[in-house]
Ligand binder design. Structure first.
Ligand code: IFG
Length: 490
């Protein structure tokens, strides 16, 4: 493989990458050296070491080295890490016999490790790194995907698979849609029937199940070890049939509805006028906040078509107070703009017609999830068996050819916290279904979230994506071979 091709399949594209003299050949004596007292580097080094050991077969021992190493090692250090790299940036230099990774934080070191992996061949040797200098840092702070585990359940191992795949592309947020009309997926001790009853449902043909608290903690910890923050969502006041079916007293008339297995939306609402509703919300969000290491609680707020605007505003006002009591930051779908917003709120913009500018004007930061570009449950084309098409048909180029600042009018770079690709599961059943709808479109989202906008071109990206194919193959990803991409493989 010649040099250019070797580094022409990096996704997301680094801010700057320059060739330079030098070569590091992995061998039995190659070491990983970590600066003393740099625990963030050590944690990341341990993670990338496991990957490189299983890939290369070399022992790659980790050593704490007191002085700058000379030869034959991968050196992780915060010394000389430049300030402008920010919270998640890093520099990675390959010179003669030495790789030097400089960063300030665990995410920075971890993301450098993901780039390092992509500098090596996909599946077999030669295990060597050619001379290069990379300076890299993300454009946006929030780079996420959402997995809907409510319509159809996904096991802990399947969620871990999604985390592993996303972490490789520098995503740092996983939003789990834990409750909806069809299912409730997290045990809440003070309201056990939510999971026991609400966890037994799903869309027709979907999978039932729920996470125990320990399983949820396991997912959160697994994500954290991969520089990813878990963002849990309890959708309120709409999308609540599973909760209403589990507890009659939550219903206006005290009668519990039947479990729902269809795919309509907007027909359910909590009883905003009943005090028990707020006890429910306080208990649920309180227990979930206690379980969640990250700073975010997503309260949904979408498609509350059975809640009057008056009721919706009142409800959201009280939910704001409840979330504030947990110490977490409130995240909501863009309908929450119609209620009162706090400047600390994060608003997830999803609808084609939405008042994104209004939200930004009130100080909220925006997470861009435009349904017509990155709702990855949308079909690729009319022949795609999985997915829906109400928002748009979204081919690989559509998921790449947009920008978070210009996709809605009147926004500035600083209004945008980042991007997140939702994957709704009305039509998805297995992890292979998930992989097929995510890949390759999610790679474009990774690039939009991380890489500079300047110089972005579909023509250049589609070649790089095609060159990236062996990396998808070696990860065993079941991906859609779009005719828009000049794949090299079979
Ligand atoms: N809209 C609903 C989702 C899901 C989706 C399917 C949002 C915020 C349609 N709400 O998107 O629950 O049903 O594409």
């Amino acid at each position: 493989m010649n040099k250019d091709v070797l580094y022409k399949d990096l996704i997301p594209k680094p801010v700057s990458i320059k060739r330079q003299e030098g070569l590091l050949c992995f061998g039995v004596e190659t070491k990983i050296c970590v600066q003393p007292g740099c625990d963030q580097a050590l944690k990341a080094a341990e993670h990338i070491a496991q990957t490189l050991r299983s890939l290369t077969g070399f022992p790659l021992p980790i050593e704490i080295c007191t002085e700058e190493p000379k030869q034959g090692c991968l050196f992780f250090t915060s010394q000389g890490a430049r300030g402008e790299l920010g919270e998640e940036g890093y520099s990675l230099t390959v010179s003669a016999g030495l790789v030097t990774i400089r960063a300030h934080t665990f995410p920075g070191f971890f993301f450098a490790g993901q780039t390092l992996r992509q500098l090596l061949p996909p599946g077999e040797g030669p295990w060597q790194l050619e001379g290069v200098e990379i300076i890299d840092y993300p454009r946006f702070a929030w780079r996420g995907a959402m997995l809907d585990v409510a319509r159809s359940f996904f096991s802990v191992d399947e969620v871990k698979r999604v985390i592993d795949l996303l972490a490789g592309y520098k995503f740092n947020r996983l939003h789990l849609h834990l409750s909806d009309d069809q299912g409730w997926r997290i045990m809440i001790d003070s309201w056990p029937n939510l999971a026991l009853h609400g966890g037994s449902g799903a869309v027709e043909g979907g999978r039932a199940g729920y996470y125990t608290k320990d399983q949820y903690r396991e997912i959160a910890a697994y994500a954290q070890r991969r520089a990813m923050v878990l963002v849990p969502e309890i959708d309120l006041p709409g999308h609540t049939n599973a909760a209403l079916a589990a507890y009659p007293e939550l219903n206006r008339d005290g009668i519990a509805p039947e479990p729902y297995r269809g795919i309509q939306v907007g027909f359910s609402t909590l009883a905003v006028e009943k005090e028990i509703t707020y006890q429910f919300v306080r208990d649920v969000l309180g227990e979930l906040a206690e379980l969640t290491p990250g700073p975010y609680l997503h309260v949904g707020g979408d498609e509350a078509h059975s809640t009057t605007l008056e009721e919706y505003k009142l409800f959201l006002e009280r939910v704001h107070t409840i979330v504030a009591e947990t110490g977490k930051t409130l995240v909501g779908w863009d309908e929450i703009i119609q209620a009162g917003l706090e400047p600390t709120d994060l608003v997830q913009i999803w609808r084609r017609e939405t008042k994104a500018q209004a939200a930004a004007g009130r100080g909220a930061k925006l997470i861009m999830s435009p349904c017509h570009h990155i709702y990855l449950d949308m079909k690729y084309n009319p022949e795609t068996v999985l997915g829906q098409d109400w928002a748009a048909l979204i081919e690989v180029k559509d998921a790449y050819g947009w920008d978070p600042v210009t996709v809605y009018p009147g926004l500035a770079e600083e209004d945008i916290l980042g991007v997140e690709a939702p994957l709704w599961a009305e039509t998805l059943r297995t992890i292979k279904d998930v992989e097929y709808m995510l890949f390759p479109r999610i790679l474009g989202v990774a690039e939009i979230g991380w890489s500079p906008r300047e110089g972005r071109s579909w023509e250049e990206y589609r070649q790089r994506l095609a060159a990236h194919e062996p990396r998808l193959e070696v990860q065993g990803v079941h991906f859609y071979r779009s005719p828009q991409v000049p794949w090299k493989g079979r």
